[in-house]
Ligand binder design. Sequence first.
Ligand code: ATP
Ligand code: MG
Length: 441
Amino acid sequence: MPEKVSAIIRQLKSAGYDAYAVGGCVRDSVLGRTPHDWDITTSARPQQVKAVFGHTIDTGIQHGTVTVMLDHEGFEVTTYRIDGEYEDARHPKSVEYTLNLRDDLKRRDFTINAMAYNEDAGLVDAFDGRGDLKRGVIRCVGDPEERFTEDALRMLRAVRFAAQLGFSIEENTERAIRKLAPNLARISAERIQAELVKLLISPHPEMMRTVWETGIADVILPEFSAMMVCEQKNPHHRGTVGEHTIWSLQAVPATKVLRLAMLFHDVAKPACRTEDADGLHHFHGHPAMGAEMTRRILRRLKFDNDTIRRVTALVKGHDDRPYPLTERAVRRAILRNGQEAYPDLFEVKRADILAQSDYRQQEKLQYVEEYRRIYGQILAGHQCLTMKDLAVTGKDLIEAGMKPGKELGAVLKQMLEAVVDDPRLNTKEILLERFQKEWKK
Ligand code: ATP
Ligand code: MG
């Protein structure tokens, strides 16, 4: 236990209260992993916690949480509590404080998250969390149906913890999820987003299959359910759109943007599928339509605009293949896809190919590596790729007699396209001369 955490616990104890580290930090310590934060649970009421420490912040005082600051580091200290009756499968109507640690542990979601520890008492493990850690099992504390009825988010949390830890979900817990998954419809998009992202960037994003099998996807991401049952008869593929998507998640580095881009790169395939005379499937236009669908889905899940912009650009560009692979064609592709999409786009393309069939796979991978190499060459050569690299500015155009406004922007864009095509044009003289001749009208 870090010195600051034991100091907080010691201070609460010498003021006459009980206190323990609890939840995720205890679980991770038992597993031999380094916890990312330490939560403390105590018999002291929030006002009493505030009286013990010099510097505190009321972060969630209505649920009994006060953040104790120790040289710029914050530790959440929460009073032992029993959650009152639940409304809406979401919020307890009231919280009630208790002096009994076991009652506080009982309200927690899973046995592995319901352990507490301090240096005097050692590990307090009333529900055999340690046994479930050994067995690799996610199990509700108490009756799973009751616990999921109280708070439906716990169903998605179960899959998320299974994905983070490489665990399986205990049978009764999983059966209750299958039964109660529709209740997730009442959970806010923000809470679902947080759990979904943790699942996606975990070591086991293939647990998205469980999200589908249990019926959770039908409620939070019906577009993914449609992908799971969309066959693709085509030599390039070896599974449904959904299976391909899952393999691609496993093949891409674990960042939020990349994993979201893989999750949605083929989201429009079910809607775009056509069958040719030989019975083969084609999916014309799926990247552009997929980008639009992705934007809608990510908005619905309340993602921030920066994430939405980056992910949709990758979905839109995932299948783009500059040909022939020359610097010029790649410069045009960068202009089309937006420079922000690089170098992530190469990771997306590579993962997509790795999740396809063996058919011409080496050739496809080599193409991506060549694309990446030429991109590197373009960057190293500081070639003009954006307006700010252009030898002419809006101000220059105004001085040459143009009025400020939309048309000026359009002329700059045309100049950029011309320069991306032929970098030799990027001098003020040449561009202005062309501008006078051709573009002024
Ligand atoms: P992480 O490492 O992802 O932070 P964590 O176990 O700390 O994992 P949190 O979401 O931070 O997870 O929650 C802290 C603790 O609070 C959990 O370990 C669990 O004991 C309890 N908890 C959190 N959310 C719920 C919930 N919806 N229902 C019941 N208990 C919960
Ligand atoms: Mg936590």
